[in-house]
Design a protein around this ligand. Sequence first.
Ligand SMILES: Nc1ncnc2c1ncn2[C@@H]1O[C@H](COP(=O)(O)OP(=O)(O)OP(=O)(O)O)[C@@H](O)[C@H]1O
Length: 259
Amino acid sequence: MQNPYLELKDLTIRFGHGASGVVAVQQAEFAIEEGESYGLIGESGCGKSTILRAIAGLNPHYEGRILLDGTELPKQRGKALFRKMQMVFQDPYASLHPRKMVQNVLIEPLQIMGMDRKQERIDAILSDVGLDAGFRYRFPHELSGGQRQRIAIARTLIVEPRLLLLDEPTSALDVSVQAEILNLLNRLRRDRGLTYLMVSHDIAVIAHMCDRIAIMKDGRMLEKLTSQQVRSGAVTEDYTREFLAASAPAVAREAAQAG
Ligand SMILES: Nc1ncnc2c1ncn2[C@@H]1O[C@H](COP(=O)(O)OP(=O)(O)OP(=O)(O)O)[C@@H](O)[C@H]1O
């Protein structure tokens, strides 16, 4: 790849020291092109969220290098980087302040970034995430889970980032709402030329959303595949085959037939 947009080089992240210490991520590497959607998948505790948090600047205690648009990111991030790169969290119930009206949730990032035309931008972003202008005046308790996640997505996109870090963005939602939010994210990526790095333990979600996928195990990237390879079962590692079998019977059947 000539000019990757996001690149990890030899990323290692430890928590604690000595015998009680944990190596949560070991020598993780990948390169993602602008406009691409890349997925990290693996069992609980394999290190997926730890990678996202380091990229987002939420944990500066890592070894290795993280590059955005060819430039190594500093461990302490400034405002300009938060404008380029935003994170969507798993739980839309926890991520919105209960006493803040939607318009205040949305105006805050615009104020922090010193952006103009605030009211116009709020109306436009609500419409982009499929909510009418009346949602400005609602409080989080007046919203469904799906509507909350739409607001959380609007809050990240209102500053016009180029990269979204998506940490299990639908796993706290009802199954019926999950597909709606995934389709919304796909449409927004297409319309805005966004780059996504998405974490999930659900292979169906990752295969639907991502062009390329890294399977993680015990902090390592065990195998890297295209979503087409996942669907056709063209995997090389036994662990990947077992993981697919456990998480998605239909995908696993194809993998077993191919494999
Ligand atoms: N702040 C922390 N302090 C100590 N250990 C941590 C911390 N954060 C994560 N870990 C450990 O690092 C490892 C990787 O955790 P991580 O949350 O990245 O996994 P994950 O794959 O995202 O799992 P999940 O899907 O459950 O979120 C685990 O062993 C976890 O216990």
